[in-house]
Design a protein. Sequence first.
Length: 99
Amino acid sequence: MLCLQEDSADRVIEMLKGAMAESRLGNPERLSVDIGPVIDAEAEAGIEKHIQAMRDKGRTVYQVAIANSTELKRGTYVMPTLIELESFDELQREIFGPV
């Protein structure tokens, strides 16, 4: 959770989006990789379900498109995701992933 002042929020969000677009997913044993897989398929499904629930609530969701690499298809990867919330109350639990 990142709380931003309204007067700087747009600038910070744009910088976050830029960083997300440049992030590399893959095997964390490679130094060029920024984000590795989540722990298992159940965790991946739970994170994706949370992201979809936020979309369904009308929240702004920004997600970098997943690359079609063989490595990513074999793992449990979740793309970096930015969700704009109005209140802490919208979260019911901690999410362990790049959200």
